[in-house]
Design a protein around this ligand. Structure first.
Ligand code: V55
Ligand code: FE
Length: 495
């Protein structure tokens, strides 16, 4: 057999590679899709073309695919394409893998020593009429949002100095500026973090570098109306380990976490560091906002790193159901003399948080995230952490009210996007999420349309898929008007 993928959770169950590019016009729909859902649901899907060089390779190394569900007048079409990264093209030409372990270039084939090794597999970011496929270990690739063809590597017209860009940007709902950062900005294992702002037209207007307390996996950050916040958790790296062919990340239970805070339009020299608890980790920030000099930072926190492969590499013996944590509010008082953090639980453990675009950086009444309900049976094997989520929560952080949609046994739900209701109409819009369902030895996928204010009621429509989907990482909703006004392949103006 020529294509033998490792017999591990990273390549079996829902994570079994699919490796298919396709277009399907007109998917079958059960129920009725509201006409106000008009636009594109883009999804980033890691899906390795070739078996990895190393048996212990992980989901996060999979080649990036850009997937799109296009909603128009109650109809849905779908398409998926590989991102033509330099790495994808080199391996395609060679007809086998050339790149080694996750984020360790010292394990690559010498023939690709100078080749960009990002797989652009984490978030499809839409800003200023451009679609970018991002991954935190490199610069993004620009995608034609109509054909899903790769335009090429993207560096803000040659302006970006950082070697990397996060997959978690923040767009201010009023100014439409895109705030983002890159870590290991100056190269492998550097403490350099680049803090950047692109204006509403996508022009990079600011890039400032600062040093973090240590070189850490810095996956997400936050903005409020006044501040930029950089949460740093002790998942660290060093060049010596990498040179020896080792893992990029080691989680350190003994090191403190930190939050760097600066005025979002200020100078990085103004950064103030607040000390958090030792050993904790958060991949995603739900939202942050500031009121009267107090900053609230709402995180999906765990007591250790949430990725089993990182815990194994760090010799931390905790199973996935033992990582603790919760949906937690950290409060930082900018008027206090001490740089300490107050913590308060808001909800049960979970991840893949979603707020409305218009609530970004502002006080917010409700939001959504995914969790695992053990009563719904064993989670399906798959996704980045190896156990797929089986419930969707809607939470009101101020009142503590929670509504839950628990999936039937044998089903899993992926990160939703939020589609706002049309201007001038009542309602809180919809969530769109793909669903996986076990059928004997195989899986089936659907896309569910759920009322955002009534998740417990279940889907109001289901889009049926003739092919199984590999679990996505993150998604992005682009309204039809913005899609038609895309810089590449569009009309260039709102339709
Ligand atoms: C994450 C995902 C990544 C990655 C690092 O979800 C962190 C967290 C899909 O790639 O490289
Ligand atoms: Fe993420």
């Amino acid at each position: 057999m020529t294509l033998r993928f490792p017999d591990t959770g990273h390549f079996t169950g829902l994570n079994t590679p699919v490796r298919m590019e396709y277009d399907i016009r007109e998917l079958s729909v059960e129920g009725e899709i509201p006409r106000d859902i008009s636009g594109a649901f883009f999804r980033a899907v890691p899906d390795p073309v070739y078996p990895p060089l190393h048996e212990d390779d992980v989901v996060l190394s999979g080649d990036g695919m850009i997937s799109r569900f296009l909603f128009e007048d109650g109809h849905v079409d779908c398409a998926i394409r590989y991102v033509h990264t330099k790495r994808f093209l080199a391996e395609r030409a060679a007809r086998h893998s050339l790149f080694g372990r996750y984020r360790n270039p010292f394990t690559d084939d010498p023939s690709v020593a100078q080749t960009d090794r990002t797989v652009a597999n984490t978030t499809p970011v839409w800003h200023a009429g451009r679609l970018l496929m991002t991954k935190e270990d490199g610069r993004p690739y620009e995608i034609n949002p109509h054909t899903l063809e790769t335009v090429g590597p993207f560096d803000f017209d040659g302006k970006l100095r950082s070697q990397t860009m996060t997959a978690h940007v923040r767009i201010d709902p009023q100014s439409q500026e895109m705030f983002f950062f890159g870590y290991e900005a100056g190269g492998l294992c550097t403490r350099d973090i680049a803090y950047c702002i692109a204006d509403r037209d996508g022009v990079l207007r600011s890039e400032q570098w600062f040093e973090g307390p240590y070189c850490a996996m810095t996956h997400d950050f936050a903005i409020t109306e006044r501040y930029a916040l950089f949460p740093i958790f002790p998942t660290v790296t060093d060049l010596e380990t990498l040179r020896g062919g080792g893992a990029h990340w080691q989680h350190r239970q003994d090191l403190d976490s930190w939050v760097g805070v600066m005025p979002r339009d200020g100078d990085v020299k103004e950064m103030r560091w607040f000390r958090g608890p030792a050993g904790v980790s958060a991949y995603h920030v739900m939202n942050a906002f500031d009121v009267d000099g107090k900053i609230h930072l709402d995180l999906c926190l765990s007591e250790t790193n949430a990725f089993p492969f990182i815990r194994t590499d760090s010799k931390i013996a905790r199973e996935q159901w033992e990582i603790g944590g919760g949906f937690i509010r950290w409060t930082l008082d900018m008027n206090a003399a001490e740089d300490t953090i107050q913590a308060r639980p808001l909800g049960p453990p979970g991840d893949l948080p979603r707020v409305r675009d218009r609530d970004q950086g502002r006080p917010y009444a409700s939001s959504w995230y995914l969790s695992i309900d053990p009563k719904a049976g064993p989670p399906l094997p798959g996704g980045p952490v190896g156990a797929a989520f089986n419930c969707l929560l809607r939470i009101e952080p101020e009142t503590g009210a929670i509504d839950t949609l628990t999936m039937p046994p044998g089903m899993a739900i992926n990160e939703p996007v939020h589609v706002p209701a049309a201007a001038g109409t009542a309602g809180d819009g919809w969530l769109l999420a793909t669903i996986d369902e076990r059928h004997g030895d195989t899986y089936r996928s659907e896309l569910w349309v759920i009322e955002a204010s009534a998740v417990a009621a279940g889907p109001i429509a289901k889009v049926l898929l003739p092919v199984r989907l590999r679990p996505q990482v993150h998604g992005w909703w682009v309204p039809m008007k913005e899609l038609q006004a895309s810089k590449v392949g569009g009309t260039g103006r709102p339709g």
